[in-house]
Design a protein around this ligand. Sequence first.
Ligand code: SF4
Length: 783
Amino acid sequence: MQNTATPTHCPYCALQCGMNLTPVPDGTVEVSERTDFPVNRGALCGKGRTAPAVLASSVRLTSPLVRSGGELVPASWDEALDRIAAGLGRTRAEHGPDAVGVFGGGGLTNEKAYTLGKFARVALGTSQIDYNGRFCMSSAAAAGIKAFGLDRGLPFPLEDIPKSGCVILVGSNLAETMPPSLRFFHELRENGGTLIVIDPRRTKTAEQADLHLAPRPGTDLALALGLLHLVIAEGRVDEEYVQERTVGWEDARAAAMAHWPEYVERITGVSVPQLRETVRLFCEPESAMVLTARGPEQQSKGTDTVGAWINLCLATGRAGRPLSGYGCLTGQGNGQGGREHGQKADQLPGYRKLDDPAARRHVAEVWGVDPDSLPGPGRSAYELLDALGTDIKSLLLMASNPVVSAPRAAHIEERIRSLDFLAVCDVVLSETAALADVVLPVTQWAEETGTTTNLEGRVLLRRRAITPPENIRSDLEVLHELAARLGVEKGFPTDPEEVFEELRRASAGGPADYSGITYRRLVEEDGVFWPCPGGVGGAGAVDSVEPGDPAAAPAPAPGNPAGLTPGTPGTPGTTAGGPEAPADAAANPGAPADAAANPATPEDAAGGPVAQRSAAGRPTVTGDTADGAHPGTPRLFLDRFATPDGRARFVAVSHRAVAEEPDEEYPVLLTTGRVVAQYQSGAQTRRVAELNAAAPGPFVELHPRLAARLGAVEGDPVAVVSRRGRAVAPARITNAIRPDTVFMPFHWPGEGRANTLTNPALDPTSRMPEFKACAVRLEAVRG
Ligand code: SF4
């Protein structure tokens, strides 16, 4: 066992905070600060600090389990793997490959997400694969692709935030979801910038804002349109920018002009003076940003809602300018990378579209298969789960717990129970794993090496710091063994670096091009921003990185304490001579800013399919770093967008109501979200004593007026009833929420499961369910 510190990253959210892990002789693992990593500079939230507790947890799975006589009982690996191969194989033989489903997670490393997608399409031959990231930020991804031709959570590093003039945070409670990121917003305000928070609740994040707008849940689209209306009416449109860098303005303008401020006030509950003040604060500084999170995205009109916020950025000339623009704060640890490499229903590695013939040919060549053998796009996450037990008879599930996290969860639980066969890979017996026919215990973050891509598009190396317990295997080993049992002996390596090398080739030339990234570079440069094209297998030799290897520790250059390289994020203010500096190469030194002028392929020159283009526009760039490797791309769109003509697209959108408006029977809106001490479905964090003590269970947050009407006092059990079911949790009474809205966190199963109530109405583009607004009634629960 190594006893030196290994620099690595947190297993949880998309911030991917850096931390050092040191094994202790008593078998535990110590977390210490890793101040060199620029995202968190040593700070960790309680979840990250206590993450090692799950490694040594007494409830950790220590053996494969198989169902026998109705019970899950320990079994050998061979028996468990044989059963899975037989279960999936039988379904495939009897009902065809699409009767087998695969469900992944945004917590899987890039290597695992890539291999899972390949396993589904090559070893199983099924089109039915999607993942829980569909429930996370798929609306922002769809809107980003529509507007910019490319989706990368933030198109700039977090370090740009403090130097901006104004940030509008829409539906993000980052004080609870990713607390270390708050420092960027504190610095923003210290530097004289303004923070505006939009949230129906006065959250801990909203408390730190200069201005808090509390719209009715599900009305963010109308709010953005009202702001754009005022931008136009007050003559604040950046006409030159709109003319030169966008298309579609006239239609978007007309749609916004139909949303008078007074009309928007009636819809949203945000007053006209507040709308005017927001426009003033956003438009007056030289630079400004809009950052969205789950609030506007988890709606049945999430894509249009995000599109409306992007319109605001485009009309005011913000997108693709230094210290400005639109970004999405992704949620899960590898929410970004998890959607780029093939576990999404409609995607191939490199963020290529599955129905694009050229993409299919490229990836099929890397995989050594016939492109025609690759299935087409499958169902989206909710639709896949909803088809369990009917069209889909067997399911392999990794890194997800839909019994708690899916909308209309009681129905989804029933669908899962109706499967012919369910296999789950997990570290603990989650609520979904407890329903499985076979459960495989897999390695955890600190016990394996792999890459993740954080919310900035920064590809990172999570390093193995400790040896896994006996009888535990990695997800990659599981897929290798299952593929072999299904008759595919080759093509499923178990070494993460070997998988990454293949991923580099598969992603080469795609929108999310990782081909210039190597494990060695990730260590030396503290992460590399994609797109990073490069000679695969060329520049940047790939060396193995061992746990605790002192040579593996990042070595900041003298006088460069953050360890920045020419391609990593300094700030435009420091590296380019200030915000007035030219908005392209100077702000992004070494980045391929001249992509428009240097089309790499005939398709590029012809403005060919966006899915086949690197965002940077050229697949190979040399001479940017000392060894000739591409430096990565911290900032996107500074000279052109990733559309065929380089211009961003306005979308003409109009307000529409939530899918389920309150009525006499269900008069209140429910919105759901997170608390600081729990993560996602809570499968891991609910098993950490310190976190459980801080957040032991669900609650119903409601306004005193609603509580009085109900006759409830603080702590009284309250039943929340929707058309899909009933959940009961103690009342938490506060003025920090609108009187027409109640809030429940969704981390818990059982009686207080918030997702029993939520509405699976889907966004037509992203297929995102409407987690953020549904109609409910409240009932007092007596004695
Ligand atoms: Fe950082 Fe997120 Fe981990 Fe907390 S959960 S330590 S914010 S990466």
